[in-house]
Design a protein around this ligand. Structure first.
Ligand code: AMP
Length: 143
């Protein structure tokens, strides 16, 4: 399989699709998942095209996971979560739906079960409010 320039995250990177962005630097973009498994679920993607773990070069993967490592505790704090899950799927058989590599940061709340992946579209105003909370926390810590 070769990288498809028309995948949804490539369109977000080119500004052709909207996203609730929470963090961006030269190499990385983070934005809210529109069908969150929990409140504050974000996705962290590299700007450089790569399909998944089998396609990305090791240095780019290091940059990406460094960003995940930096953002995950800030997302947890911003959302008042009790913990978080980091997920990354490779190939459709493993649950990969978008073929531009991404890490999920999924906040967890005691007593609140996870929703199924991509099961329910969140309301835009709720996504906006959560993105603002996360941006504020990232701004506090990284800005
Ligand atoms: P994966 O199974 O790891 O490929 O997950 C892809 C994720 O992308 C799912 O959690 C979807 O809810 C999410 N998603 C799909 N389209 C968009 C979009 N336009 N903006 C933000 N998240 C999206």
């Amino acid at each position: 399989m070769s990288y498809d320039d028309n995948n949804i995250f490539a369109k977000i990177l080119r500004g052709e699709m909207p996203a609730h962005k929470v963090f961006e630097d030269n190499e990385t973009l983070a934005f809210l998942d529109i069908m969150p498994r929990s409140k504050g679920h974000i996705l962290v993607i590299p700007k450089k095209p790569a399909i998944n773990m089998m396609d990305i070069d090791p240095d780019s993967l290091c940059v990406l996971i460094r960003c995940v490592h930096r953002l995950a505790p800030l997302v947890r704090k911003a959302m008042g979560a009790d913990g978080f899950v980091v997920q990354q799927f490779n190939e459709a058989a493993a649950g990969q739906m978008v073929f531009h590599i991404h890490f999920h940061i999924v906040p967890r709340y005691i007593g609140v079960p996870l929703k199924h992946a991509a099961s329910e579209m969140e309301q835009d105003d709720i996504l906006s409010a959560n993105a603002e909370l996360i941006r504020q926390e990232i701004g506090n810590q990284l800005g």
